[in-house]
Structures are given as structure tokens and as C-alpha cells.
Design a protein around this ligand. Structure first.
Ligand SMILES: [Zn+2]
Length: 330
């Protein structure tokens, strides 16, 4: 649909009317990274970063036209069966980038929007980006024009699209690995391609001190696993370790309970299952969010909550939220 048509429909109030018929619900938004200039990081982060300016404008929109609430507030309503406040929006961040503290938190605090930050514990502790960023960087920056994968398949790396294809194929393999096996896979690939993200003094990930700073401002810290695997493709004991060990380390270092979990969604689909939902409950979590697209309603299973990806502009976000609340797929 054309932008002018979307603006006309939003302006007409038709979607709001439909939403009032659908009843109360909450939209859980999924952010990753907020940077002054995301284009500088595109070789590692890809397209997941929002510019600081757009992020601020989106938070102002939420404060003006919607009802930002914390994840804990939303869960309280889900659990009690009480209706969620109308047009409730919950802000979440995946992965645990240091920019969440540096650039997103000041905006959130200033506008008065609470947020939840799901961190990848092994990346935080080893001060390195999650593996998809490291692989993306290696394939985009290698000087090689061809590469042979571990199955013996030859890949041409001459054009950007060929590099992307080789990158995506290695993601399909890597997302099924966790822990040391995953680190060995990534390190070997960085070596074979002679391309590794340069070490900087400042960690690209949140520190525990920064996480405590987020908590002091009333934000929530949750787990996004230890090593960012696709949980649905792991052996049961490996998945259990990702759930319990990340929770244990966060609780130890933050001296607070960690009841919230977020499933990573790298490469293959699905990224969660009935079994992983049950495992997250057994590990002691109270909620788990997925990257499945949609809105949350009273009565939903708290271990597979849907989320909405925020667009990279304000109007797109307004349209997606209005449509979602009206019960339309976004
Ligand atoms: Zn993630």
C-alpha cells in the first residue's frame, strides 16, 4: 500500500475504531541497536541498527499516541487475566549491545519509556559481538575471491551477492552450534577468510556495570542465551545449558532474579518449539519472547510471546502499530 493511503487510513480513525472492537492488547516491539550513524556498522550488524534520531522520534510517538508500559506490567495483566491498558506498547532490545546503554537509555529515560534488554551472556563476558555479526564481517571483508566450506563445496566470493549467499549458508550451519563448537566454527572461518573484526578498547557489548545502570533506572535485564544459537535446533542438554547458565550468571552478577528470556532467531526456522517453551519454563523463567510477528493478548502463553519489528521510520511504525491493534497482520 502507498504511504499516502496508509496516512489517510490512519488519519481517518478507522483502525482505532477496529482496535476498540478487538479489545485490549499489547504490542511488544523488538529493537536491537541504536547508533548515531548505523551505516558505519553495516558490515557487522547488517540492518538491525536504528539511527539515534529515528529512535528518539519513535519513542516520542509512543509516548504521545500510545501507552508504553514495562514488560513486568504487561505480564501482570496477562497473568491476572485483567485487561491490558489500551494501546499498550512494550519496548525490548535483543543481543545486549553497549549502544543500548550509551544511546538508547538516555532517550528512554528522558521520554519516560521503560524497556527490557535481553543480553547474550557469553558475548558480554568475552566482549565480542554475537556470531552472525562476526561471520557477516568476515564474508564482506575478506580479500579472497573463493572459499571452500567444511563440506568441500566451493564458493565464489567475487560479487556482494555471492558473498551474501556463502554467508547465509554458513549461518545455517553455525546457528545449530552452541558453546565451544560454535566458537571453534566462527574462529576457523575468520582464519580461513583472513578477516576478523578489529579489536577495540571499548567492548561492543554491555558490561555488567552498564546493566546495573539500566536496572537502577527502572529498566529490566533478561537473558538472550549464552551463545546465541537457534534453540530449536540444539540437543536438549545444550538448550538447557543456554537457558540455565545464562540465567545463573546474570543473577550472580546483577544480584537480581532474571525471569525473562528471549529466543535468538538466527538463520533457520523455526527458532523455538513447544519443547523449548517447556524448557524455558523448567529453567525457572516466567516469560519468553519470540520473533514471531504479532500482538499479545490477555490469555496468551507467556513462553512464546509474539513481537513486532519496528520499521526504520516513524510513519511505518505508526502504521504497523495501528494495524496490529486493529487485528491486521503487519
Ligand atoms: Zn539476537
Amino acid at each position: 500500500m502507498k504511504d499516502w493511503a496508509k496516512r489517510t487510513i490512519v488519519g481517518s480513525g478507522l483502525l482505532r475504531m477496529a482496535a476498540s472492537v478487538r479489545g485490549p492488547s499489547a504490542a511488544i516491539l523488538m529493537y536491537h541497536s541504536v547508533l548515531p550513524d548505523p551505516s558505519l556498522w553495516v558490515d557487522s550488524l547488517g540492518e538491525i541498527a536504528h539511527s539515534e534520531l529515528v529512535f528518539r522520534a519513535q519513542m516520542e510517538l509512543l509516548a504521545r499516541e500510545f501507552h508504553p508500559i514495562s514488560l513486568d506490567q504487561a505480564i501482570k495483566h496477562l497473568r491476572s487475566g485483567d485487561d491490558l491498558p489500551r494501546r499498550s506498547v512494550v519496548i525490548t532490545f535483543d543481543d545486549g549491545y553497549a549502544d543500548n546503554y550509551e544511546f538508547a537509555m538516555p532517550v528512554l529515560n528522558q521520554i519516560g519509556v521503560p524497556a527490557t534488554f535481553y543480553v547474550t551472556v557469553d558475548c558480554v563476558e568475552n566482549k565480542r559481538l554475537p556470531w552472525p555479526s562476526r561471520l557477516r564481517f568476515a564474508f564482506r571483508n575478506t580479500k579472497l575471491s573463493a572459499w571452500k566450506d567444511s563440506q568441500g563445496k566451493n564458493w565464489s566470493l567475487r560479487s556482494p551477492s555471492e558473498r551474501e549467499e556463502a554467508f547465509l549458508s554458513s549461518c545455517d550451519v553455525c546457528c545449530q552450534l552452541s558453546g565451544k563448537a560454535q566458537e571453534d566454527f566462527v574462529a576457523r572461518l575468520e582464519q580461513e577468510l583472513y578477516a576478523k573484526i578489529p579489536c577495540r578498547q571499548a567492548s561492543p557489548m554491555l558490561s555488567y556495570e552498564q546493566m546495573r545502570g539500566l536496572q537502577r533506572k527502572g529498566h529490566i535485564v533478561g537473558s538472550h542465551t549464552m551463545t546465541h544459537p537457534n534453540m530449536a535446533y540444539l540437543k536438549q542438554e545444550e538448550a538447557a545449558r543456554e537457558l540455565t547458565e545464562s540465567k545463573r550468571r546474570l543473577e550472580l552478577n546483577l544480584e537480581a532474579p532474571i525471569p525473562h528470556f528471549s529466543y535468538p532467531c538466527p538463520a533457520l526456522s523455526p527458532h523455538w518449539s513447544v519443547q523449548t517453551a517447556e524448557q524455558s519454563r523448567a529453567a525457572g523463567y516466567e516469560t519468553a519472547v519470540t520473533t514471531d510477528n504479532g500482538i499479545t493478548r490477555t490469555g496468551d502463553n507467556p513462553f512464546c510471546l509474539k513481537r513486532i519489528r519496528p520499521t526504520k521510520n516513524v510513519e511505518g511504525l505508526r502504521w504497523n502499530l495501528e494495524s496490529a491493534f486493529a487485528g491486521r497482520a503487519v
